[in-house]
Design a protein around this ligand. Sequence first.
Ligand code: PRP
Length: 206
Amino acid sequence: MVEHPIARDCLTRMRDFRTAPREFYNLLSQLSYFLAQAATQDLTVKYQPVATPLATEDFPTLNEELAIVPVLRAGLGIMEGFRFFCPEAVIGYIGVSRDEQTLKPACYLKKLPKLAGRRVFVLDPMLATGGSAAMAVDAVRGAGAARVILVTIISAPEGVELMQKRFPDVPIYTIALDRCLDDKGFIVPGLGDAGDRMHGTVEPPA
Ligand code: PRP
C-alpha cells in the first residue's frame, strides 16, 4: 500500500461524488506519480564507467527493460506518472469491459508489443472482482512479460484475494484497500466507475 498524506487527500477528493471529470482526472494523474515512484523502487541497476569532466568511475544505470500497459479505459488515467518515471518504457494497450450483469470481463482490444524480458506495469485504477486485472495479466504474460506488477488506486478484498491466488508472484501497488463489493460489483465505499468519472460519461440517476 502506498501511504502518503497527499496521496490520501487526493483519493478522498476523488471519492467525493461532486468532483467533476476534469478535477477527477487531474487527481488521478497526481496519484500516478506516487504509484510510479513506489512501483519502480526496486528496479535493478548495473554499474558502468562514465566520464565526468573530472574523472571516470563506475556509476549506476538502469538495468531493466520496461513496459507500461494501461487497461482501457480507466487505466489511461494513471499513465502520466509512469511515463514520467519510465520514459523509455514501451507501451501497450488492453481494452477490457466488464459486463454489468455477469461481472465477467471481455477483452475488446489488445495492442501489445513484444514483452519478452520486460518488467510490465499493468495499470487499472479499480480492482473489484479482479476479473479484468487477471485477464490483463494473462495477456501480458502471453506476450512474454518477464515480471508483472499490478498498479491500482482502490482495491477490494475480493480482487486482491483472486489476484494473490492466481498470480502469487504479481505484486499489487495500491493507494487504498476498501471494505467490500456491493451486489452490483462496485467497490464500497469506492469512488464509482473511474472510467466514467474521468471521461465524463456517468449516466445521470434514473
Ligand atoms: C472497471 C474498472 C476495472 C474493472 C474492475 O472497468 O476500471 O477495469 O471495471 O472490475 P473487476 O475487477 O470486477 O473486473 P469497466 O469495465 O467499467 O471499463 P472502463 O474502464 O471502460 O470504465
